[in-house]
Design a protein around this ligand. Sequence first.
Ligand code: NAD
Ligand code: SF4
Length: 441
Amino acid sequence: MGRKLLLEKAHVEGIRYYDTYRKNGGYDAAEKALKMSPADIVEEVKKSGLRGRGGAGFPTGMKWSFLAKPEGVPRYLVCNADESEPGTFKDRYLMEFIPHLLIEGLLISSFALGSNRTYIYIRGEYAWIVDILEQAIAEANQAGFLGKNILGAGFDCQIYVQRGAGAYICGEETALIESLEGKRGNPRIKPPFPAIKGLWDCPTVVNNVETLAAIVPIMNIGAEEYAKIGIGKSTGTKLISACGNINKPGVYEIDMTISVEEFIYSDEYCGGIPNGKRLKACIPGGSSVPILPANLLLTTAKGEKRMMTYESLADGGFPTGSMLGSGGFIVLDEDQCIVKNTYTLARFYRHESCGQCSPCREGTGWMEKILHNIETGKGKMSDIDLLWDIQRKIEGNTICPLGDAAAWPVAAAIRHFRDEFEWHVLHPEEAQKRNFGLAHY
Ligand code: NAD
Ligand code: SF4
């Protein structure tokens, strides 16, 4: 059994409510942290090796230490709960079952960063979770863990929940900030990073839900202990939302010492593939990361066992590696059609592009149309190379990572499954008749 730090108590009856959470050790970490200096907390988070759990894996302590502190200017902490990456539903689980873990993490982090007004920006579709969070915030206020002069530490903090309106792009941190300011959610050019110029042009840290919740166990067990869990620079535990063709879809907390094979086949996690089917491929970190065929998924190009860590999943770089990303783990069995799968993703990215930069705005629509043609038996052999050229012209040439995220699935699918694209072109009638199921994410 792997170590559990976030979800260990998620199923204790009534843990959603303050009294039960408190009786189970809740807010002990906050009491400890508010006796420390903010600088010491930042140091502790640095020592823990915690990396951003939203997808990029950027070291959290380092991000915090970048926060500018000009005299007389407010600083903000914003929690990114706009979880919209296809295949990713781990933050939803955490907020729904153990909301006070996030509120406690937010309180400690707000104190460390000097944020008196902290925001949770949550995707609009998570409407029922807004109620859960607001109830938890009200309870924390009543218990004196939010509000004025918290625990007599001379620190004031209030948390506000803001709902998004259903745009995936608002999960990108600068688009999120624009949206929070009441504007259209268009990403800004970086630098300046939010740590220097963020919400209302003030220094701002934007962290993912899981990252902020992880601050609580770090304070409870200490950074050194936390850093001992995992392998190399993949420290602590990580939530993985597993879906697609597996026996046990759901949210799992792993301690980043297990192999991908164990994660897919062991009964503790995904429980294998239904009906004895073979594993065909997997998108291991949410739809934005490259798909890997079964052989490369289980073993790296160097012939080593692929582990569920940031480094091992990326080992070999593109095209033989992928990324741990947001932890949205999508498994495809032998019956899945890669062309249809890639088309579905292309359609998603075209729909979600904000349209600011031409390579993304034009390229995503163009890729979607070509993929639709190939999938429905109307494609030409030259379309495959055209697709390749279009994705290459998007990657690295856009304001925000959505462009790359749209390009990579197409690139990886062609690299690893070119024969399937060619089959569709060579067998148009069969391609039209084929109606493979899709992994649901
Ligand atoms: P990024 O690598 O550009 O940035 C990571 C973080 O580090 C940002 O907060 C950025 O401000 C900060 N940073 C980096 N360099 C800095 C510097 N020099 N000074 C100050 N701060 C600095 O990545 P990103 O745009 O935050 O995230 C992209 C990832 O998001 C993708 O890899 C994808 O996996 C993931 N994603 C997740 C979801 C989801 O629902 N969880 C949705 C879409 C995308
Ligand atoms: Fe908008 Fe796409 Fe450009 Fe990002 S890459 S700013 S989503 S057009």
